[in-house]
Every structure is written in structure tokens, then in C-alpha cells.
Design a protein around this ligand. Structure first.
Ligand SMILES: [Zn+2]
Length: 166
């Protein structure tokens, strides 16, 4: 979403032409262009060590399964965030992981980078955010992930590409 006010000084922004970019909001007080600001998060299609099952979580207060996910910290890479979030939420380390695709979550102005992460172990030590979790075969996975969500799009395209069992 385009900015109306300067995030640094609060001055109202006006569009100014910038070569190769077009009309971009500009702060006359700072003398600088202000590009869109949004958050970045990672979400993980989390596989058992043998890659046969997928792990979904329920967070407290929610009655549906979602993917393990979290915001990328300032100064952190997306790759670091994948490993940190899984270590924090699930208490397990990642054997290998790779990027799948991304999607924009309008409600929280967040770009979500979806990865596949293969866990070192099925023995989890989940943290306070996690109410419960379940392991799902590909067939069960599409029926159990939160409907009409970005997570369900990620899971469906992952399964359609036959990436679960290698
Ligand atoms: Zn400014």
C-alpha cells in the first residue's frame, strides 16, 4: 500500500517523478522518496524426516490448523527466520529447507515467503504459542489446513507439484 505520510517525519507526501520508477510519494521535508512499507514473514511446509507427512499447528484461541510461521526480524535473512522460528515454535532443528513461493497477505500488509523445511526429528518440544499440532498425509493435509487461506494455497500447490514424497 502506498504511503500518505512520511514514516520518518510525518509530513504529507506528494508524488514526484523518479526515473525508472514513475510517480513515487516524496517527502519535501526530508528530501527523499518514500517507497511502500510492509512486513515480511516466513511460513513453512514442515515435513517429517522421511518427508511422508506434514505438520500443522493450532494456536491458542484458534480452531483451525495453520502452518508454522513468523515475522522476519529486522536485520535477519529469511533463511535465518525459517530456522529460528522452527527452533522456537517446535523445539527441533531443520535438516534442509528450500524456497517454494510467496504471497501477499493484505490484512496485515505482509509478504509471506513460503519454504519447505524437513525436520531432523518428529520429537517436538513446542512452545507457549502452540496449542496442539498434527501430522498429516498429503490427502489429509488439504482437508485440514485453514480453508481459503494463503496457507491452503501454499499447501495445495506444493502437493500438486508432487513435492511431498521424494
Ligand atoms: Zn519526511
Amino acid at each position: 500500500m502506498e504511503l500518505d505520510f512520511c514514516p520518518v517525519c510525518g509530513t504529507k507526501l506528494y508524488k514526484r517523478y523518479l526515473e525508472h520508477e514513475g510517480e513515487i510519494p516524496y517527502c519535501e521535508s526530508c528530501g527523499d522518496f518514500r517507497f511502500p512499507i510492509f512486513s515480511t514473514a516466513v511460513s513453512m511446509i514442515t515435513l517429517s524426516p522421511d518427508r511422508s507427512k506434514m505438520l500443522f499447528l493450532k494456536q491458542y484461541g484458534n480452531n483451525f490448523f495453520v502452518l508454522p510461521a513468523g515475522y522476519v526480524n529486522k536485520g535477519e535473512s529469511a533463511e535465518q527466520a525459517v530456522k529460528r522460528e522452527i527452533a522456537e515454535e517446535l523445539g527441533v532443528s531443520v535438516k534442509e529447507f528450500w524456497f517454494n513461493r510467496s504471497g501477499y497477505f493484505e490484512k496485515s500488509q505482509t509478504l509471506i515467503l513460503n519454504f519447505t523445511a524437513v525436520l531432523e526429528s518428529e520429537e517436538l518440544n513446542t512452545n507457549y504459542e502452540v496449542d496442539s499440532f498434527g501430522w498429516f498425509s498429503p490427502d489429509e493435509a488439504v482437508l485440514n489446513i485453514k480453508p481459503n487461506s494463503l496457507a491452503s494455497q501454499f499447501v495445495k500447490s506444493f502437493i500438486d507439484n508432487n513435492e511431498v514424497i521424494k
